[in-house]
Design a protein around this ligand. Structure first.
Ligand SMILES: Nc1nc2c(ncn2[C@@H]2O[C@H](COP(=O)(O)OP(=O)(O)OP(=O)(O)O)[C@@H](O)[C@H]2O)c(=O)[nH]1
Ligand SMILES: [Mg+2]
Length: 194
């Protein structure tokens, strides 16, 4: 079975839950006391998709403004970007729109964009209506999903949706042996998750 290495980055305001989403996806854990990411963290997870295995090389970026200038290193060469906002913080949705604009201007032309509204377990203090976020995602042909890293809601589904959106390989491109690698990845800086 062909293995494809797919670089994926997570972008979004600090505190929206990017690291928590990655931690839930890769380790099926949630840490209430998780620290803000410094620079970026790197993790991998391999999932089946049709006749292929997708090895996600996940770059979880730091949302604090002081790290903003590092972001291009992580979205360049990415097959997909997950842009996260916190459904209880309207500001984080405005920040998401800025990230989407930056990706459209400077990101890879064919990048798959997924918009994730995190913290759905806090629905009673919601500030961003689902309809508004969904319509925005549709307007830019992005994947849309609401997640809860805490309650393990839709985190796997988010990455499944991304997998399905990646066009399958042309069989002629696959080497005769069963491993095919597509990545042009930088070496990991660190592998901390939570
Ligand atoms: N209730 C709730 N809290 C969450 C959820 N996801 C993350 N959190 C909490 O939100 C806070 C920030 O989470 P992080 O995962 O560190 O956020 P981040 O986006 O990685 O932040 P930076 O690394 O600074 O960019 C932590 O206190 C988490 O425990 C969720 O789904 N529900
Ligand atoms: Mg983080």
């Amino acid at each position: 079975m062909a293995i494809r290495e797919l670089k994926i980055c997570l972008l979004g305001d600090t505190g929206v839950g990017k690291s928590s989403i990655v931690c839930r996806f890769v380790q099926d854990q949630f840490d209430h006391n998780i620290s803000p990411t410094i620079g970026a963290s790197f993790l991998t997870k391999t999932v089946p998709c049709g006749n292929e295995l997708h090895k996600f090389l996940i770059w979880d970026t730091a949302g604090q403004e002081r790290f903003h200038s590092l972001a291009p290193m992580y979205y360049r060469g990415s097959a997909a970007a997950v842009v996260v906002y916190d459904i209880t913080k309207l500001d984080s949705f405005q920040t998401l729109k800025k990230w989407v604009k930056e990706l459209k201007e400077y990101g890879p032309e064919d990048i798959v964009v997924a918009i994730a509204g995190n913290k759905t377990d806090l629905g009673d203090i919601r500030e961003v209506p689902m309809k508004e976020a969904k319509e925005f995602a549709e307007s830019i042909a992005a994947i849309f999903i609401e997640t809860s890293a805490k309650s393990a809601i839709n985190v796997e589904e988010l990455f499944k949706k991304i997998s399905r959106q990646i066009p399958p390989l042309d069989p002629q491109d696959v080497e005769s042996n069963d491993s095919f690698k597509l990545s042009r990845q930088p070496l990991p800086l660190n592998r901390r998750c939570c």
